[in-house]
Design a protein around this ligand. Structure first.
Ligand SMILES: Nc1ncnc2c1ncn2[C@@H]1O[C@H](COP(=O)(O)OP(=O)(O)O)[C@@H](O)[C@H]1O
Ligand SMILES: CC(C)(COP(=O)(O)O)[C@@H](O)C(=O)O
Length: 297
């Protein structure tokens, strides 16, 4: 059903889920459709709700995130590739921002799907997913999150590029619980702009992928992610301490890439131990694995 214009205003709202990358390898390319990452991550039932509004009362494009105005460059790029109209974007996030949960990708996807609905553009999902991926890559805010978010579950990104190009497989999973603790922010672009870091990420990312493919289970995904985080040198300070504290409690935890946050997908019998460990580092966030994709809400 298409939305009815109310006082010349067109509006729609979409939900796009969070995606935590466990490990990845960067694939640079001058064509943003072909640029991206390979790797593996987990899609959560938490995410970003994005409302877009356009009409005679909206005279410039503005992006609000949790009620505050932001530059919102990734969402802005999405809008510019879909319409010449000024658009008000209001994203409400129930995931941390700038902490490796793919908030920028979720905002871009939500903007694309909501705008498609509000303006009755009649694009297919693949086209909308590609628009969000291109915006992420152009703004350096992500490489593989949109591909993961568009699929749900525990997607293995086997080849890089936009959602219409990338080859995807999955680690089969139930809707298990995912626990996280945030220890601070980490700028995605500062890591991706550091050639030494990129080299280490790519070596560790390739190794992690080989090991995951040998045994594509949820537990092995956590082991491969943990090894990646330590080997590429990103897991330092409090992040490393939290991972090691979980080890001592017999639970595998790793770093949410690219953020200063730690996550784990424990077996039911280890949930209490993990919550105890994570509580020493901060507020424990509790999600479920989400197997669906983007939706209009
Ligand atoms: N619609 C949106 N929803 C959420 N975040 C957005 C949106 N548009 C732009 N952003 C920006 O994306 C940035 C967060 O993305 P990023 O730094 O890649 O970290 P992460 O994706 O790990 O949360 C923030 O600066 C935020 O303002
Ligand atoms: C790890 C990252 C490059 C960034 O993720 P985020 O910080 O959540 O935007 C991701 O997009 C990926 O390619 O896997």
């Amino acid at each position: 059903m298409q939305p009815e214009p109310v006082n010349d205003t067109l509006t729609a709202r979409a939900f796009a889920p969070a995606h935590i990358t466990g490990f990845f390898k960067i694939h640079d390319h001058e064509d943003p459709m072909k640029k991206g990452s390979t790797g593996c991550g987990v899609v959560l039932d938490g995410g970003v709700y994005t409302t877009v509004t356009t009409g005679k009362d909206i005279d410039k494009t503005e992006i609000f995130l949790n009620g505050e105005i932001v530059a919102g460059n990734t969402s802005r790029t999405v809008i510019e590739s879909m319409t010449d109209l000024p658009v008000k974007v209001e994203s409400i996030s129930d995931i941390p921002i700038g902490c490796g949960f793919g908030a920028s990708g979720a905002g871009a996807l939500g903007t694309a799907y909501a705008l498609n609905h509000a303006l009755s553009l009649e694009y297919t999902s693949i086209r909308l997913n590609d628009i969000a991926h291109i915006a992420e890559v152009k703004n350096g805010s992500g490489l593989g999150d949109v591909v993961g978010q568009a699929h749900g579950g525990i997607p293995i990104r086997k080849t890089p590029g936009s959602p219409s190009i990338a080859r995807i497989d999955h680690v089969p999973t139930a809707e298990k619980e995912v626990f996280c603790v945030v220890l601070g922010e980490l700028s995605t672009s500062s890591v991706l702009g550091n050639p030494e870091m990129v080299k280490n990420i790519n070596i560790a990312g390739e190794e992690a992928m080989k090991k995951l493919i040998e045994k594509p289970t949820v537990d092995n995904f956590m082991h491969c992610s943990r090894e990646f985080a330590i080997n590429c040198g990103l897991a330092r300070g409090k992040v490393r301490e939290a991972i090691e504290a979980a080890d001592k409690a017999g639970v595998v935890a790793s770093q949410a890439m690219l953020g200063n946050a730690v996550f784990s997908i424990p077996s039911v019998t280890c949930v209490k131990e993990l919550i105890d460990v994570f509580s020493d580092f901060g507020e424990v966030l509790r999600f479920k694995i989400r197997t669906g994709s983007i939706k209009i809400v």
